[in-house]
Design a protein. Structure first.
Length: 492
């Protein structure tokens, strides 16, 4: 039996109504596709042992590791604004928790591990494409410095899963700070189970926000801390052009991590109205709507905590509103601070917000590529001759010229020399992101030809997103018109 995980489980100490105990459903012929050796080391695990036949069986769900206490978690959620009182882990099993050498605690979860009591008629399985997509994008997000769940391993099952057609099945081993969601709180609040809400809040404080335990009002401190992390998280999404795609409350982690990579995507040409998800018919979760939706989700969390915030309902509502009102200034500070750094400004002046907003407006009007514009500005900051490469991204190149003159005047008020400004900009403007056409090409090669080399190559590029390397030029380029991906699809 594989025993390298050294589980130390706390979620299962909560009452049984928080989860269902069950083992993963075995698969026919597990085969290891990818093991994340660097993440294994971060967790204090031995990558060589994890690649052993018994460990691969455990990563597929065919063998329960020593110390694991498998459960499917209960939760509810608002899906596209409509409340569903019971969702839960319909195709995922939490094996348990491990404590890394630095003391950080992580969940180890199998996605695609079979039916659970929360499957609602689904098969509980995952197709290979969504598993590889989550592996690629979550690992890219981690390399980009965005709080995120991580991918420890991908295993094919030797079985097909039926969606529109028959597809190869797979299981993803996901690592998260926890899987406590806004929807987890909603599950118990919808049942008027205030005791469970309190137990869950205490667990979240102990696990993620220990300072809140010592606060005068711990549950207000918990809500305030979640608001702060979500404001920072969503700002980071916007600064790299990321669109989550399905910001339902059951996909909103109270730990402040990006979780549940379904029809997620990265923008090519800048447009705040960009939507890729095939199920987002009305643009609820469009790129530019993500801050507003984050506040909406946090308001749903606040509603569940009202009985804990104050005895009198009107006082509890007042407290919740005060805490939620802090989201906007926190988000704007993180977002505009990040935008200033993206254009090379280390100090803050009154006109900076207008300057960067004017650039975004010009980019939207001229279909300029989001990632490439900011990356090429790095060289332009050090050498005006590089303006030509930026101008080429604008449908009307002259639209860039007047803005560039204003930008250079503002850069002249910074203390750093141009080469230092360029280097600082390169540290926050990635050269490589998981561009949709490259992700789709990697998935298609794996699904249609059992060829994982494009997947492996893409992972190699994305592991060092800020470092331009010879031979990887095509990974930095926007798609040709015939390569554009217009829709992405949910992984279920």
């Amino acid at each position: 039996m594989p025993d390298g995980f050294h589980f130390d489980n706390t979620y299962v100490s909560l009452p049984e109504r928080f989860y269902a105990r069950l083992d993963p459903t075995p698969v026919a012929a597990p085969r290891l596709v990818r093991l994340n050796a660097a993440l294994a080391e971060r967790l204090g695990l031995d990558a060589g042992s994890l690649a052993s036949p018994d460990s691969v069986r455990a990563l597929a769900g065919n063998l329960v590791p020593d110390g694991a206490m498998p459960v499917a978690a209960a939760y509810a959620g608002h899906q596209f604004g409509h409340f569903v009182p019971q969702l839960g882990d319909g195709r995922a099993i939490l094996l348990g928790e491990v404590v890394a050498p630095d003391g950080a605690r992580f969940d180890i979860q199998l996605k695609g591990s079979g039916r659970t009591p929360f499957s609602r008629g689904g098969d509980g399985r995952a197709a290979l494409g969504p598993v590889l997509r989550e592996y690629i994008v979550s690992e890219a997000m981690g390399a980009l410095g965005v709080p995120t769940t991580r991918a420890l391993a991908a295993v094919t099952t030797g079985e097909g899963v039926r969606r529109e057609t028959m597809l190869p099945g797979a299981v993803l081993t996901r690592v998260a700070s926890s899987h406590i969601r806004v929807g987890t709180f909603q599950y118990f609040a919808a049942r008027a189970d205030t005791e469970a809400v309190r137990l869950l809040a205490d667990h979240a404080i102990a696990r993620h926000y220990p300072d809140a335990a010592a606060a005068e009002h711990p549950y207000r401190a918990l809500l305030d801390a979640v608001v702060a992390r979500q404001a920072s998280l969503v700002a980071r999404w916007l600064l790299i052009g990321f669109i989550h795609g399905v910001m339902n409350t059951d996909n909103c982690s109270v730990a402040g991590e990006t979780i549940d990579y379904g029809p997620c995507a990265f923008m090519d040409a800048y447009d705040p109205a960009t939507v890729f998800s095939s199920i987002d018919q009305h643009g609820r979760y469009a790129y530019g709507n993500q801050p507003r939706i984050a506040v909406w989700n946090l308001a749903r969390l606040a509603e569940t905590l009202l009985p804990l915030l104050a005895e009198a309902e009107d006082k509890a509502v007042e407290i919740a509103q005060e805490v939620l009102a802090a989201f906007s200034p926190r988000f704007e500070a993180a977002y505009f601070g990040g935008l200033r750094r993206k254009i090379g400004l280390a100090t803050e002046q009154d006109g900076d917000t207008t300057l960067v907003n004017d650039l975004l407006k010009l980019m939207a009007e001229n279909a300029a590529d989001f990632t490439l514009t900011f990356r090429r500005l790095c060289d332009a900051a050090a050498d005006p001759a590089a303006d030509a490469t930026v101008r080429a991204l604008f449908a009307d190149p002259t639209a860039y010229d007047f803005w560039a003159a204003r930008w250079r005047r503002r850069l002249g008020e910074e203390a750093a020399e141009p080469p230092a400004v360029r280097d600082a900009m390169r540290a926050v403007n990635p050269a490589y992101i998981p561009r949709n056409h490259l992700v789709e090409a990697a998935l298609n090669a794996a699904i249609e030809r059992d060829d994982f080399s494009p997947f492996e190559q893409l992972l190699e590029v994305l592991a060092r997103p800020f470092e331009e390397r010879p031979g990887f030029e095509r990974y930095a380029m926007p798609p040709a018109p015939e390569e554009r991906v217009l829709q992405t699809f949910c992984g279920t």
